[in-house]
Write a protein that binds this ligand. Sequence first.
Ligand code: AMP
Ligand code: MG
Length: 319
Amino acid sequence: MSIGNNIQLAIELLNSNKLVAIPTETVYGLAANAFNESAVLSIYKTKNRPQFNPLIIHSNSIERFEQWGLQIPKQVKLLANKFWPGPLTFIIPANNKVPDIVTAGTGAVAIRVPNHPVTLSLLEQLSFPLAAPSANPSGFISPTSAQHVENQLGDKIDYILDGGVCQVGVESTIISFLENEPKILRFGGLAIEEIEEVLGHRLITNITSNKIVAPGMLTKHYAPNHPLFLVDDIFKATEGKDMNRVGVITFYQSVNDIPEANQFVLSKSKDLNEAASKLFAVMRNIDELDIDEIYAEKFPNTGLGYAINDRLKRASIQE
Ligand code: AMP
Ligand code: MG
């Protein structure tokens, strides 16, 4: 295994149904030829991902998905024209070109055009879409740099295409278009408010961040080794604790008495996009400290705050 920026090598490997980790603006993906069952099967094996949890397929334009025979609903076209390439995934009816192993037998497929120059160039040169879940062992923190991928899966994959640090830093927002009304399945890197503005109606009214029903999104995820508590009031929650033994993740403020090294402020300027981009790297760093517990404060439920709260909530589930 090696890390590099050789797109031609990535193409050769993918053409021979090997796995390549690819950069995107959200997180690094573990990619394989989506039309080849055995290549896709090795994604599941490598990640130890349950096969009932379907994969997103990626290409470089909406037209290519159409060329593969997928019927793109009108509203999807509207949103794709506005937000692709970008951190937005659509669930639409699949066709028989998409293997069951990609859709987990649901008859529906998730499609996305990621916004990263290296990966767009790669996708353009391939004759198939790439199935690519996040490049981490199932249940752990998603990678936002090539080094994160190397640390977790380096010995299991043929090549890591290095595209630098992921700019958005949380996974894509997922919307299902299988029913009459579009439905949010996952809060992610594109703010719901922006989508609502284009659709001309609210999406968020019927959903709360702990009621997402994408398969595989219901259990513990992004699991740190230390217990993580998601709290309303970080000051109250840490009161009376041995300050040397706790780590804190906050939005913009620091918590007096806790050693500097144990504090991770995600955005001093209160920018939720900046906070999201740092979240996963911070979760990795804080987990390496010699502490007993991690406390994270709830973020505002607006913009990328929904996605941040969702990831912290999953990280906080104790099994
Ligand atoms: P990951 O790429 O690791 O972020 O995971 C992809 C996410 O997309 C998972 O939460 C899947 O459950 C969801 N997903 C992918 N395909 C489908 C589908 N056909 N129907 C519903 N959800 C899907
Ligand atoms: Mg994932």
